[in-house]
Design a protein around this ligand. Sequence first.
Ligand SMILES: Nc1ncnc2c1ncn2[C@@H]1O[C@H](COP(=O)(O)OP(=O)(O)OP(=O)(O)O)[C@@H](O)[C@H]1O
Ligand SMILES: [Mg+2]
Length: 241
Amino acid sequence: MTDAPALLKIENLTTVFGGLKALSEVSLEIVPGQAIGLVGPNGSGKTTLVNTVCGLYRPASGRVILEGIDITGHRPHSIARAGINRTFQIPKPFKDLSVYENVKVSSIHSRNHAPIEEVLARVNLREFANHPISELTAAQQKRLDLARAVALEPKVIFVDELAAGLTPGELHEVAEMLKEFQALGIALIVVEHLMGFLEQVVASVLVLSAGRTIFAGPLRNALADEEVKRVFLGGESDAGN
Ligand SMILES: Nc1ncnc2c1ncn2[C@@H]1O[C@H](COP(=O)(O)OP(=O)(O)OP(=O)(O)O)[C@@H](O)[C@H]1O
Ligand SMILES: [Mg+2]
């Protein structure tokens, strides 16, 4: 693929909830500016991977290495400060704050205090800076969530189902934004069910089923892979051990 040293290395990450192994020995490497899709049926462990890497859950085993430094089990704010940020499957803006203020709150923890106007411009929300959150459409709220992630000047962003519920036009707009982030050197791990959207953004994917990796490689090969097809067409939905 590429000879650049890995920016983020996830090694054999395992996360357990009670008796449920939601994530089982999952590994992934990404270099600056690369975009990898993270795919799998409902309950296959995608968000658990995001939450474990970002420090919300402590892994039972495995390691998370950012630029050669082991950050496994560090607190979420320290992982965010180190350069890994994420969007939420369901955005959680501060509802009483304006668009500008929401991004400002995130940027406080950035190293260089990213200029808010610039961040808003990157997600086409500049003219909404002083608007209350309640005036944003669902698509705009998703872009605000992306702005909040970018305001921390991350090296890696996990994008958790940003595309759900967007129109084809809105999807294309978001895909173009993600490509611009890549051009800035930001690595993206894109959790997504919509293949048409993924095709616009990523060349390779990691496919999870019941917490395990069942495929890692080019997206077009994944679509032809027998096990991937079986898992998706079989409607499997529960993580197991
Ligand atoms: N905090 C938690 N406590 C207990 N079980 C959890 C927790 N978070 C997730 N799980 C379980 O872990 C498994 C994986 O869930 P996860 O949310 O990672 O799936 P997902 O791939 O993101 O699914 P979706 O596509 O629906 O978002 C599921 O069985 C889920 O019920
Ligand atoms: Mg999820």
